[in-house]
Design a protein. Sequence first.
Length: 278
Amino acid sequence: MISLSRGNSHHQSFSSLSNITTRTIIQMNDVWASYDGKNYVLKEITLSIIRGTNYAIVGPSGSGKSTLLRLINGMMRPSKGQVKVDYENPNTNNKQFKLAMAKIGYIPQNLGLVRNITVLDNVLIGALPRVGKFKSFFKIFPDNETSEAEKILKLVGLEDKAERKTYMLSGGEKRRVAIARALMQKPVLLLADEIVSELDHVTAREIMDLVVNAKRRFNLTAIMVHHDIKLGLEYADRVAVIKEGQKILELGVEGDKIVDFQTGNISQQEIMELYSES
Ligand SMILES: Nc1ncnc2c1ncn2[C@@H]1O[C@H](COP(=O)(O)OP(=O)(O)OP(=O)(O)O)[C@@H](O)[C@H]1O
Ligand SMILES: [Mg+2]
């Protein structure tokens, strides 16, 4: 017989839990952002991202996609509204958030790799937050970090290029190094800004498969910016479409249907047009 009485329950008490986390890892409420205090490049952005989601942001050039990622990693503060990552307001000047930031693997649009150092050293940069300032200044990495970096390089298929200078790699290989560096951070959140744009279709898919596998393996939430709405829908659970600073649409795939989670502002005809444009 199943007993429902409280006395027999084996629920963990709050005090025995080491961490409290949110189910919604990112929450934005009516967020506006501006670089000059006059013109808003993001307007009325409201969105929730559930932990574990593979989330895509798509939209034309200049629509505000990179700015949206910068609001999440704390490089930029909103002019109005609220951004929450877990329980924190992202802000690189906030000590508490700096700890959280170490757990955000951010790959900027230009990848941010150091050209004239080796692939392995670029990946080890991801371990810097864990290694003391003194040691990292002199590039003294503990053996376990070096072997971790080698393991991750294997995962991204670059084990035979570890000692190569980074500028000698192809575009696809550089993307892999940037992903490896982000994974080296042991991130909870992966933010990737158009890392498959300008690649041929085959290479773009290889890189996307790599990210999706890493996401599963490390239990990450991934937020990826794309130019291509089709690529977004193919790989992501949710796709937010940004146009002129506003989120005009949020699509998801449920079974064999594309579901519009935003509903109202845009017609089915317009959605189809968006889809065929890219
Ligand atoms: N550092 C900056 N200072 C001033 N304006 C900026 C800055 N960065 C971006 N902007 C402006 O903000 C708007 C949104 O830029 P953002 O880089 O977020 O667009 P995007 O969607 O990522 O574009 P792309 O697809 O070309 O990368 C653009 O009008 C851009 O000119
Ligand atoms: Mg951009």
